[in-house]
Design a protein around this ligand. Structure first.
Ligand SMILES: [Ca+2]
Length: 171
């Protein structure tokens, strides 16, 4: 409950309003993948992925290893504008975008370090089957550990608390 006050000519009325908060209609997904190999798939795969999905996977393998990522199958809404996958060569936010993709078979990427980030975004309508990818790591012939270790706790927190939207519904 929140109080609201409206004053007209020095006469004030206080309202008690009911404030309702609900989770923003976003589908959060993703995670930190620290095994030497594994798989990534769109939410609900092989059924259609949900609208408003924002997934972020961070792959971190052992120091001095690299990551080979192969998308076995990708079926997103066409055009790569509304729904897309982005592959970054390193940790999120600071790494170069390798490519934005939305369709294809056996599309492969290799990281230049022991870190790779995959982002999946879907907009508010029209979905498709999504994607399925596999990754494995292999020893690099040079030092690939450019990045400090990810803060797992911080990452988990970021995923666990979705955005909330609050609205006053009754006064
Ligand atoms: Ca869509």
């Amino acid at each position: 409950f929140v109080n609201r006050q409206i004053c007209v000519n020095h006469i004030c009325i206080t309202f008690v309003c009911l404030l309702v908060c609900f989770s923003a209609r976003k589908y959060l997904c993703g995670g930190l993948l620290s095994r030497s190999s594994g798989t990534i798939q769109s939410p609900l795969y092989p059924s259609n992925y949900p609208d408003n999905a924002n997934c972020l996977w961070e792959i971190q393998v052992m120091n001095n290893f690299r990551i080979a990522l192969t998308f076995r199958t990708i079926h997103l809404q066409g055009g790569c504008q509304n729904d897309y996958i982005e592959i970054y060569d390193g940790p999120p936010n600071t790494s170069p975008l390798l490519q934005r993709i939305c369709s294809g078979y056996n599309v492969a990427y290799t990281s230049s370090s022991n870190l790779m980030t995959i982002r999946f975004h879907s907009d508010s309508r029209y979905s498709n089957r999504g994607f399925y990818a596999e990754y494995h790591s292999f020893p690099a012939d040079q030092n690939t550990s450019k990045f400090p270790s990810l803060n797992n706790v911080f990452f988990a927190k970021r995923l666990l608390y979705p955005d909330f939207i609050c609205q006053i519904i009754i006064c």
